[in-house]
Ligand binder design. Sequence first.
Ligand code: NAD
Length: 337
Amino acid sequence: MTVLVTGGAGYIGSHTVRALVEAGESVVVVDNLSTGFSAFLPEAVPLFIGDAGDENLVEGVIAQHRVESIIHFAGSVVVPDSMRDPLGYYRNNTMTTRSLLNVAVRASISRFIFSSTAAVYGNPEQVPVPEHVPTRPLSPYGSSKLMTEIMLHDVASAHGMSYVVLRFFNVAGADPQARMGLATNGATHLLKIAVEAATGQRAKIDVFGTDYPTPDGSCIRDFIHVTDLAEAHRAALSYLRGGGNSVTLNCGYGRGYSVLEAIEAVRRVSGRNFAVQYAPRRPGDIMTMVADTSRIRATLDWTPQYDDLETIARHALAWEEKLVRERQAEIQHAASA
Ligand SMILES: NC(=O)c1ccc[n+]([C@@H]2O[C@H](COP(=O)([O-])OP(=O)(O)OC[C@H]3O[C@@H](n4cnc5c(N)ncnc54)[C@H](O)[C@@H]3O)[C@@H](O)[C@H]2O)c1
């Protein structure tokens, strides 16, 4: 009874692999390491380096490890990149999942958990946003994920598969023991950028738009700690194993913090007063994005442990400081070699 995690060497995938292993699950990972890191995986977890859309590879892994469930993280995640390269995003998100589902159907996989995103909502009519509102993505990234949701729904109905679609809001923070975190170069996550500024890796942080009709004029987001999100995946798996029906669930805390509040939290926990530059609004930015979390709380046995902006900022900072120390040690090692 093994769980296949695609993209398990990435930011969210690696936290989920860790949560599953700590809960006693047998896990196998397929990841092409395009943005992931093999070092994020516990040693005992087999890693197959390859594409989640490679049907021969995945079919072999499923047979060899007697996989019964799939948690699918593999994909491309940067919204502005998807504007520049839409076909690349439809290929790596939508088409890769089509191939993965093709294998899953052939192998009679009965449970599938998919990483979707709040980007499927576009500019929501209602905030906090519930799952049933119309989806109107504003980027190829959001569209590629929505297309995948539709495809998964159709495949599950036709082939007796059960699924949970988790629509992540703003994922942030790092493993509380700093074993994994966000390490991708050029990551666009606000808290990541803020901790890079706090550790002296950036001269300043830009805030796009301070004239929104919000309490402090900046945009509002629902930040969820990556460890709580990992636990939501473990809970989703238990839910499906317990016979739960296919369902789509928002993954956030249901509480919004402004961009300026998030920056202040990083300043407070770091004790460093890095520069903030106010810039005009960016086209396409959504003013307020906060999850209605009633459905996930009613459906899954899931109690968030880190629902606190300062804790999220502290864990993100501790991870970033570790990355900086490791990079400095590498430079010193290279210099002395
Ligand atoms: N980070 C967020 O805030 C956020 C928000 C909403 C949704 N998501 C979704 O969560 C998932 C994981 O995101 P993340 O933040 O951990 O990103 P990430 O880039 O750290 O992880 C993606 C992982 O998938 C791997 N990968 C990419 N394409 C692959 C392919 N074709 N075959 C095999 N492996 C492949 C990468 O090497 C990486 O390890 C993505 O599907 C993303 O769309 C993330």
